[in-house]
Design a protein around this ligand. Structure first.
Ligand SMILES: *Cc1c(COP(=O)(O)O)cnc(C)c1O
Length: 360
């Protein structure tokens, strides 16, 4: 096999070697057709099989009930910040947002043209390091849905359980989908950009309760209409065919590895390895409340900017890539999606231990 770096990118992010190798083997000739998946029409039987297989594989992996649509759509997760209100307001006056970081803040702002946007709670004033206590949440009867971001990719803040409220939940799972089992029945809708934990960039998966998307906002373009897309198997126009295929390979890989329980256990173990090192050192620090630390994006700080720059430079020399924190958060961010092997964490832990010994 060719050289593979330990790539800690927040997204687009690394995919498992087995998935990449299968894609490579099939790249020029899918299933004896003499054509690449990239080169075949979306309305051919060959592609329809690929698309159906991916959907079935995802449905069985997550146990998605029949009363939910599963959609594979072009465009990123950010587009869905507009599309969700267009489809899910159902004539109601407002929508509520739980703001625990940059992504949920952005989702709230983007929804403003479509409805009265209400803040259920926000941790912005304290620098997005915690999830406000349930008792403090402001809920209203007229909210069509409650939007939240399961894992805040920039700040490293993650819900460890599903919020307990009566309003239909709309969840941005872009950076946490398939990292552990999901109880779909607790959600009205789940949106997830593919490029963090599923497939190459350019596609978004939407899982939505059929009964919540029967009434779109007037003027909603057909391509952004969940129900219409579902009726046409997401082929109102040309879908992102290669990404869809890659997503199918990823679902099969997760199943072969043992499923979402196995992913959950691995992801917990990987992140705990890093948090233990950070907590036991006086050199590295993490400021997120322990009750909501992210398993997917471990954000931490060094004592000053010079050491942070040196850490980034030397970690790259050691084969550990893309550890620079988001510009809004600074510091270091290690993204540990399903494809990051535990050997990557071992290498990072060794590097960090050595770096602290030299500079601490
Ligand atoms: C990366 C990310 C997004 C944005 O995804 P795009 O596909 O670039 O629009 C949205 N939400 C979360 C939680 C993310 O991590």
């Amino acid at each position: 096999m060719s050289y593979r770096a330990f790539n800690f990118s927040p997204g687009p992010a690394m995919l498992p070697n087995e998935v990449m190798e299968q894609a490579m083997q099939e790249f020029m000739d899918w299933n004896g057709t003499g054509m690449s998946v990239m080169e075949i029409g979306h309305r051919t039987n060959a592609f329809i099989d690929i698309a159906k297989h991916a959907e079935q594989s995802l449905r069985s992996l997550v146990s998605i009930p029949d009363d939910y649509h599963v959609l594979f759509l072009a465009g990123g997760a950010t587009l869905q910040f507009s599309v969700a209100p267009m489809n899910l307001l159902r004539g109601r006056k407002s929508a509520g947002y739980i703001v625990t970081g940059i992504w949920s803040g952005k989702a709230q702002k983007i929804a403003e043209p479509y409805t009265e946007v209400k803040t259920i709670c926000s941790s912005q004033a304290t620098g997005y390091r915690s999830i406000p206590a349930r008792e403090s949440w402001q809920l209203d009867d007229d909210m069509a849905y409650c939007f939240y971001t399961e894992n805040e990719t920039v700040g490293g803040v993650e819900f460890q359980s599903v919020p307990d409220i009566d309003v239909p939940l709309v969840c941005d799972m872009t950076s946490s989908i398939l990292s552990r089992p999901i109880d779909i029945s607790k959600y009205g809708a789940i949106i997830a950009g593919a490029q963090k934990n599923v497939a190459p960039a350019g596609m978004t998966i939407v899982i939505v309760d059929k009964s919540l998307c029967e009434q779109v906002l007037p003027g909603t373009p057909d391509l952004l209409n969940y129900q219409l897309q579902a009726e046409h198997d997401c082929m109102l126009n040309t879908p992102p065919t290669f990404n869809w295929y890659m997503a199918g390979l990823m679902f099969d890989w997760i199943k072969n590895e043992g499923g979402l329980e196995v992913m959950a256990e691995r992801n917990l173990r990987k992140s705990e390895g890093l948090y233990q090192l950070i907590d036991s050192s006086g050199f590295y620090s993490n400021e997120v409340d322990r009750s909501c630390r992210s398993r997917m994006n471990v954000v931490f700080y060094l004592p000053n900017e010079e050491l942070t720059s040196l850490f980034i430079r030397q970690s790259e020399e050691a084969g550990l890539f893309a550890l620079k924190g988001h510009k809004a958060a600074g510091g270091i961010r290690a993204s540990l999606y399903n494809a990051m092997p535990s050997s990557g964490i071992d290498s990072l832990v060794s590097f960090m231990t050595e770096f602290e010994l030299q500079h601490g």
